[in-house]
Design a protein around this ligand. Structure first.
Ligand SMILES: [Zn+2]
Length: 273
């Protein structure tokens, strides 16, 4: 599978792959024998779902098809189902997961900017680039991308992993949080770690990044080292946090997440010694 992203212009292809985005996930049906794990709706099925092809946004080329994203507000009729991103991560490969993510992010942007935030007129897509424009006051509205840090904090060979208060005990992961206005990412990291678990950190190092479009984040991953403080969880976002050793890990996040890559890289490093 090969995906080539591009903006809304360029010659349309005759074959299309539809990514229909519902509030809870992407609409697809489970495959029959011999097919890939999921089958996305075809042109006829788009009509049956009550959708208008003209409301779609072109994401790019997926193999020899146009990849199109379109939001769906209404019910999802059988045999179609809605697949959330955690379920998707177990069913599709990294490349397709990335394309579905683009569809999620695009539809979040389209559905939250139907009207101009400045004057209230209905917005229209600009054909030359990925942008909505207000025909009344000319406001240009680009997709919102929300930067968030994610970090694995180490203390010697141990790593700090925390359980989210929304999913207590489900799994333990690295700490994360959104950048605030006026912050550098290093400042965001230090603030979030101290707010969530009461620990100060040092030696912040860039690790990598990953779009996390549920609905519109870009995760920027770092490693950091413990500097001072005992773990005191905030009780609001974090229900529990502990120092773990690599040979006694709790349940950790699924593959395809940068949290998992951070944890796997640490485990590989300490296991090599
Ligand atoms: Zn306007």
């Amino acid at each position: 599978m090969r995906f080539v992203p591009h903006a809304a212009d360029g010659a349309p292809r005759s074959l299309r792959t539809w990514f229909v985005v519902h509030a809870k996930g992407v609409v697809a049906r489970r495959a029959e024998a011999g097919e890939p794990a999921l089958r996305f709706p075809d042109d006829d099925e788009i009509t049956q779902l009550g959708l208008q092809a003209g409301d779609a946004h072109r994401l790019g080329a997926l193999d020899d098809t146009d990849a199109l994203a379109i939001p769906l507000d209404g019910p999802v009729p059988s045999p179609f189902e809605v697949f959330g991103f955690r379920e998707l991560a177990a069913l599709v490969d990294a490349e397709l997961f990335g394309v579905v993510g683009r569809a999620f992010h695009t539809c979040d942007w389209l559905t939250t900017h139907r009207f101009c935030g400045r004057c209230g007129a209905r917005t229209e897509p600009l054909r030359s680039e990925r942008c909505l424009v207000c025909p009344a006051c000319a406001l240009h509205i680009y997709p919102r991308i929300s930067p968030a840090i994610i970090t694995l904090v180490r203390k010697g060979d141990l790593a700090l992993l925390a359980s989210n208060a929304k999913f207590p005990g489900a799994f333990y992961s690295t700490l994360a949080g959104f950048a605030d206005i006026g912050e550098s990412l290093e400042e965001t990291l230090a603030r979030e770690v101290e707010e969530e678990v009461g620990v100060k950190v040092t030696n912040i190092r860039y690790f990598g990044s990953q779009p996390w479009p549920f609905p519109n984040s870009l995760m920027i991953a770092f490693t950091a080292e413990w500097a001072s403080g005992e773990i005191v969880v905030d009780g609001a976002e974090i229900s529990d946090a502990k120092w773990f050793s690599a040979d006694a890990l709790p349940m950790i996040p699924p593959r395809l997440s940068i949290a998992r890559r951070l944890i796997d890289a640490w485990v590989a490093e300490v296991s090599d010694r």
